[in-house]
Every structure is written in C-alpha cells, then in structure tokens.
Design a protein around this ligand. Structure first.
Ligand code: F0G
Length: 354
C-alpha cells in the first residue's frame, strides 16, 4: 500500500524498462459505505470512492503520475495543461516532483482558490487566459502540437490509462463491479477511463459483470446532453464548467455500451448533495464531485429502483479545493465569545457535572 499507481498496476499500464517509477502515493483511495444517505433515498448499497484522498486532493493524480513519468521517459523538460483547477494542481505537483517545468493555462478568474494556491505553491508557471476552459484547452493543444512540450491533459492517453486504475480498485474492494457507477462529467476523460478500466477487468475475468455508467453534467454546462457545444457554460461547479469536452465521443461510447445515461443536475441539486454528503456522511467534497451523488439522488427520486443495487459514486475532489462554497452555505452563524470557559459553558446551556 502507498506504493503508487505505476508500481501497483504496472502490468496494466504503459510501463517499460525505461519508465521512471514516479509516485507520490496516489491511488488506493477509500471506498466507504454510506451510513445514512443510501437509506434515506432507498439505495441498497451506496459507496463513495474518496478520490479527494489522493496527494493533491483529486483523482487527477492517478493519470498525472503516468503522463509525467512518460514525459520524463520521452525526455521532455516541460509539461503543459489547460485546467479548471485540479489538473493544474496535479500537473504542478508531479512536475515539481519530477523536476520538470510546469505551465498551466487557466480560465482567468475562474479557478477555485484552493486549486490556484496549489499550482502557485508547487512553483508552476500560471497563465490566466482571457477565455474559458475550452479556449485554454485549444491553446494548450496547439502549443503542444507545434512545440517540444508535453501536453498532460486527458487528451494524452497516458492520463486515461492511469485513471482507469480507480475502476480496478473498486472491483478489488467490492469483490465485483458495482451495478451502477455515478460520476461527474466535465471534459469526459474520467468516465472514459473508468469504462476502459471496467471493461479490461471484465475481459481478464477479474469481474464477472460491468456497471451501468451514469454520468452527470451540470445543467448550465451540459453539451453532451444538449448534443452540441455550449459557448458560455455556467455552473457553480467550476471544475466541470466545460462547453466542449475533449472526450465527448468516448463518453457516449461508455454510456451506450454500458446501457447507462448521461444526464444533468442543476446547481441546486449539486449543492443539496454537497450539503447532504457533508452533514449526513462527514464527506466534504468540492461542488463538481457532488454531481455524482446529485445524480444518484435524482435517479432515485425519478423512480429508478436502486433498492437492491450496489452503486458507487465517485467523489472526485476534496472540499478544501473550494472553501468559499462551504462558507456561503453555512446553516449556523459563527458565534463569538470571550476567552472564558464559564461563558462558553453558559452559551451551550451545559449542566455542571455532579
Ligand atoms: N470532478 C472534478 C473535481 C474535476 O476537477 C473534474 C475535471 C471533473 C470532475 C470532471 O472530470 O473532466 O474527466 O470529465 N477537471 C478538469 C481540470 C477539467 O482541469 O481539473 P472529467
């Protein structure tokens, strides 16, 4: 344990004798069973895959370690990505660990504070692009195509390879594939990666069944559901504020081959799930991650019978990534008191011990 994705899953990854076995302890994240939410919504067995427990607080680390190791192997000295925040945090961390220069292109002013602070702390070169994520990704692709710089967005197939390992872990923990996998969809790399992982495990008989892939986009940023790119995507879930996903067609394939769906959840539904996860389960995630649980709740409310199902919701990123959302949703006012125990006990209405 703690050995990292490259070592643990080397036989399923593009690892050669020359691939540096880079790791920061990514992968091997907890799959915890719901204590209350599952019962509340009539779900047989509800699990949360806590990808916020990765070294930089999101699932991106699984793919980034492979992409960065392969960039090192190829002799690149600079890595580049466009990002809504988590990819840039992960690229910056693994770039630092590998001794590479990291350049991140982010939509100006649209990155959650925790994520931006990571890129800055790890010493990346941060370029705020006057445009949205889709514009930043177009630029990153064009630069990487024409210059000697390694692109580490999920259009890099090594990212998908690394990310598929989360599907392997779920199968190992449950002893089987879940019946349904609920997952947020932004640039659509992760749903692509999970489906690849589940199919490979099924093909090698590590799992006897395949899950239905249930992807969820934010209502204001739902190009796959709409069937056309969205020029000005909007949602509180800034991680998935994406109007033209790079892995669009492979997301459709995952949906169709698995007999699943790609649907939408509103910002209200995302924030409801975000609060319920924290208040009922003690799981603090970022808003985009709550789209998976919002999707499960929406499906249960719409009458999908999950009463005897085992479902996994992917909690893609940690709540500390975007603390302003949590602060804005406080149910209780913060109180003030003098530095005095008696006053605090009085405020609590506590009875003295006898
Ligand atoms: N959840 C979180 C927390 C994310 O950061 C992302 C994507 C997604 C879900 C969606 O995953 O793009 O593979 O469909 N974040 C990217 C980034 C776009 O730049 O950090 P996806």
């Amino acid at each position: 344990m703690g050995e990292g994705v490259l070592k643990r899953y080397r036989e399923y990854l593009p690892v050669t004798a020359d691939t540096p076995m880079l790791t920061m302890g990514e992968g091997d994240t907890p799959l915890v069973e719901s204590r209350r939410l599952g019962k509340e919504f009539g779900i047989g067995h509800l699990f949360f895959k806590l990808e916020g427990c990765n070294p930089t607080g999101s699932f991106k680390d699984r793919g980034m370690v492979v992409a960065v190791a392969k960039a090192m192997e190829a002799g690149h000295t600079t890595i580049l990505c466009a990002s809504t925040g988590n990819t840039s945090a992960s690229a910056a961390a693994y770039g630092a660990a590998a001794g590479l220069e990291t350049v991140v292109l982010v939509p100006a002013g649209q990155i959650a504070a925790g994520k931006l602070s990571q890129a800055v702390a790890y010493g990346a070169r941060v370029i705020q692009i006057a445009g949205n994520f889709d514009a930043a990704l177009d630029i990153a692709r064009e630069v990487a195509e024409n210059y000697d710089i390694s692109l580490v967005n999920s259009v890099n197939p090594h990212r998908i390879e690394g990310q598929k390992t989360a599907a392997f872990e779920i199968i190992e923990t449950l002893g089987a594939a879940p019946d349904n996998l609920f997952i947020p969809v932004g640039n659509a790399g992760n749903i692509t990666a999970y489906w690849k992982g589940f199919k490979e495990a099924h093909d090698d008989e590590r799992a006897s069944s395949l899950p239905q892939m249930m992807g969820f986009q934010a209502e204001g940023a739902a190009p796959i559901v709409a069937g056309h790119p969205i020029a000005d995507p909007q949602t509180i879930a800034s991680a998935i504020r994406i109007g033209n996903p790079a892995s669009w067609s492979s997301a459709i394939t995952a949906r169709d081959e698995s007999g699943g769906l790609i649907g939408t959840v509103s910002d209200e539904e995302i924030l409801e799930a975000y609060k319920l996860l924290a208040r009922m389960e003690g799981v603090f995630c970022e808003p985009a991650s709550a789209a998976s649980v919002a999707g499960a709740i929406k499906s249960a409310r719409a009458g999908m019978d999950l009463s005897s199902s085992t479902i996994a919701c992917i909690i893609t990123g940690h709540g500390l990534k975007d603390p302003s959302v949590a602060m804005g949703l406080a149910d209780r006012p913060q109180e003030e008191a003098p530095a005095d125990a008696r006053t605090v006990a009085d405020m609590l209405g506590a009875r003295p011990k006898r």
